[in-house]
Design a protein around this ligand. Structure first.
Ligand code: ADP
Ligand code: MG
Length: 738
């Protein structure tokens, strides 16, 4: 315990990273720091997540270590977010300015080249091809605009982790210096490559600029969620209603929401009746009715009525804030598949350097034309930048998790997404997951007349009032409807998870729950009682016994309706070839009845399973080679959720379960399960496409360049657009219907 208390989690915004080698370098540096348990760096979000021991290092030290290797770092928190955002915007506008300058200087050289190729020969063309004019145009591009590449290359070489900057700096410098030699020193040739070096720099800058803009779009889901946060709230204080900035709202405030207005924070309705549009949080398009006692969530929209509610969660505690945080974390996380790309990227640059050198030497020796040899090796350097490789995975993860959030499916991160795509068996908890989880009492039968049957109900309800279980709540509501006292003092209360409850009233011990629980107390259930219960169970009801220390004194039956969409949801999963199982603590007969209603084979229904055994069932399926997802409401299903390959919690975003589960479905609608598998599969196939193209492009490009089949300008253009195409491919996920 003490270990986890000391270890802290921190997110830093990293600036100055240009490709996977950079993020790999920063990650390695952080992981080498004393006290750092685990650091991951995401190139797409430009963030590092670091888990460290607070007594061994500090955020300041970590930031210093990043700065020491030539990158910038800032704490990624509320305080710095704006600054980080501004710096990024400045960076983009600087890039835009550089791009314009660089393009304007390169353009005359390109035009000149084209005119010459067209065979035109006039004073203008001659003027542009004057070595001095070319030198004047190319030099600022090379050393002023191109300074970023030299700087990057310098840091990379200093830390012995060559990156794309090294390739660009080396390639363009070679073309530039060769042109100076040819133009001013050589007596034999006068060929100039100034336009190559300048155009390569311009194109790469253009690629980076487009990349930056597209990257901003991948976090669109977060921005959209953020716009849902209200700016102000109408608060009733001292009988007057005042409009306050959202930050001034405190817990306990009475808040008024008029039709068409946004609910500002989370709370519980005190007065009024209305319907809310909660689609932004749950992905559920139907409006939801709200009245006194119902929970409302910040960011949802009031449609028709007027309500006053009490603020319960504000600021970073609201469901919306938590969802935003979770999506942010998910988008910043890494998928295991990325490890392959990172590995390739880390060896790519050194290999390319060697290949470029080989191209130079071999071509030089074979053709005796060292100038051509040098230009070929420039092409090799430029074509082989592994930028696209670094962006392939994180950009798809960002778009995929963002799209999920928009549809009410919160996916924990890249790893969860990757695993979700592999599911071939889903285990679903019955109560509250397949069924509505809002059971109602259908029968209450007193076995022995203890005078007033309501006295028995009084005891039963008072016991159940202390339980959190939905069955207990059903019994309490039933008693309240009958206007029976539910507050009889109970001593020695105990909840036996998955079985029932016990307690002492007026000196006498009582048990409520399953047959097993009652029989464990040494109480004999009569044949008549067993038969009665069996009949109720075959009607799909959950029947429980209430016993005192001697005998069963009442039977209570509760029915929980199956959710409308459960059957269709299971059908969809079956159609996808996914096996579906039902797991419940309820008895076999009830379970089978419900199973039949939703289209499950009785062999796929596991009943009377104690909570601790739920995890064993999941494990058994895994041992049989299944890749198993478990869906539960997260309370007594927690161990099973943890054992499953993918734990899926149902919740409204307020549930604690969403912090432990891999996936949270924000509505109870099981149709989201099929959507989740579609989404994860689509995202994974995008990642694979991206990796394939990024890799193929690099490896195919190299031999072409080495044999002189790619001119350096084309190589520069291809390299710039490979990253952009990967990004566009990831963004195209947004247009997919799931
Ligand atoms: P599920 O797996 O369907 O969510 P649980 O494991 O929570 O069900 O409970 C299993 C069985 O234990 C219930 O069907 C019920 O018979 C009994 N039980 C659980 N909690 C209570 C309670 N508070 N009062 C009475 N019976 C209970
Ligand atoms: Mg349950």
């Amino acid at each position: 315990m003490s270990e986890s208390r000391q270890s802290k989690l921190e997110t830093l915004a990293i600036s100055g990273m240009t490709c996977a080698n950079c993020s790999g370098r920063v990650e390695k540096e952080l992981n080498n720091q004393p006290g750092v348990k685990l650091a991951t760096v995401n190139l797409a979000t430009e963030r590092a997540t670091i888990e460290y021991e607070a007594d061994q290092t500090s955020v300041e030290k970590l930031i210093d270590s990043i700065e020491a290797i030539g990158y910038g770092a800032l704490r990624y928190d509320e305080e710095h977010k704006r600054q980080i955002e501004e710096e990024r915007e400045q960076e983009v506008s600087k890039m835009k300015r550089d791009l314009i300058i660089s393009a304007s200087l390169s353009a005359p050289m390109v035009i000149g080249m084209i005119l010459m190729m067209l065979g035109l020969d006039n004073p203008v063309v001659t003027f542009i091809h004057n070595p001095i004019v070319q030198l004047i145009l190319a030099t600022p591009v090379q050393f002023w605009i191109g300074a970023r590449f030299y700087k990057g290359a310098y840091h990379a070489l200093k830390t012995k982790a060559p990156n794309m900057d090294v390739l660009v700096a080396l390639g363009t410098s070679a073309a530039y210096l060769l042109s100076i030699y040819n133009g001013f020193i050589s007596k034999t040739t006068h060929d100039l490559y100034f336009e190559s070096s300048a155009v390569i720099i311009t194109l790469i800058l253009l690629g980076k600029f487009l990349e930056q803009r597209a990257k901003a779009k991948t976090s669109g889901a977060i921005k959209q969620l953020m716009t849902l946060q209200a700016k102000e709230a109408t608060v009733i204080r001292g009988g007057k209603s005042i409009v306050l900035p959202i930050d001034d709202v405190v817990v306990g405030d009475r808040i008024q929401v008029k039709p068409g207005e946004q609910v500002p924070v989370d709370g519980v309705v005190l007065e009024g009746h209305t319907t809310l549009d909660e689609s932004m949080l749950t992905g559920e398009s139907l409006p939801v009715e709200k009245q006194a006692g119902d929970s409302v969530y910040g960011g949802t929209i009031n449609t028709t009525g007027n309500v006053i509610f009490e603020a319960k969660q504000i600021g970073s505690e609201t469901a919306l804030s938590r969802i935003i945080r979770m999506v942010e974390e998910a988008q910043g996380s890494k998928a295991p598949i990325q490890a392959v790309a990172d590995k390739i990227a880390s060896v790519f640059v050194p290999i390319v350097l060697v290949l470029a050198l080989l191209t130079l030497i071999v071509t030089g020796l074979v053709t005796k034309n060292w100038e051509t040899a040098l230009i070929h090796s420039v092409s090799v350097l430029v074509i082989a930048c592994p930028c696209a490789l670094g962006l392939a995975t994180p950009t798809a993860i960002m778009v995929g998790t963002g799209l999920g959030a928009k549809n009410g499916i919160l996916i924990k991160g890249g790893e969860a997404l990757e695993r979700a795509a592999r599911i071939d068996a889903i285990v679903i908890d019955k109560t509250g997951t397949l069924t509505k989880g809002k059971p109602v009492v259908t029968e209450f039968e007193v076995e022995y007349d203890l005078g007033d049957p309501y006295v028995v109900l009084e005891k039963l309800a008072s016991l159940e009032k202390l339980s959190e279980h939905p069955l207990a709540q059903a019994i309490v509501s039933y008693a309240e409807e009958k206007e029976v006292n539910t507050d009889v003092p109970v001593a020695d209360f105990e909840a036996i998870v998955g079985s029932g409850v016990k307690g002492t009233i007026e000196g006498k011990g009582y048990n409520v729950g399953t047959r097993r629980l009652i029989e464990q107390q040494g109480i004999v259930i009569t044949l008549g009682q067993l038969e009665r219960v069996s009949l109720l169970e075959s009607q799909g009801k959950t029947a429980m016994y209430l016993a005192d220390s001697e005998r069963v004194i009442a039977i209570v039956a509760v029915a929980d309706e199956v959710k409308e969409s459960s059957k269709e949801a299971i059908q969809q999963l079956h159609d996808k070839g996914i096996e579906v199982f039902m797991l419940t603590g309820d008895n076999q007969r009830t379970a089978e009845f419900i199973g039949e209603q939703v289209g499950l084979d009785s062999r796929h229904v596991f009943a009377e399973v104690l909570p601790e055994d739920k995890a064993n069932y999941v494990q058994t399926l895994r041992d049989r080679g299944k890749f198993v997802a478990m869906v539960g409401d997260g309370i007594n299903d927690a161990p099973a959720l943890a054992v499953a390959d993918v734990g899926i919690a149902m919740g409204t975003g307020t549930d604690i379960a969403m912090e432990t589960a891999d996936v949270t479905l924000m509505t109870g609608d099981l149709l989201h399960l099929s959507k989740m598998t579609t989404l994860s599969k689509l995202t994974m196939s995008k990642i694979k496409q991206n990796l394939f193209w990024a890799f193929i492009y690099n490896t195919i490009g190299i031999p072409f360049a080495a044999f002189g089949l790619l001119n350096p300008i084309v190589a520069g253009g291809a390299m710039a657009f490979s990253s952009v195409s990967v990004l566009l491919n990831s963004l195209s996920l947004n247009r997919k219907k799931i």
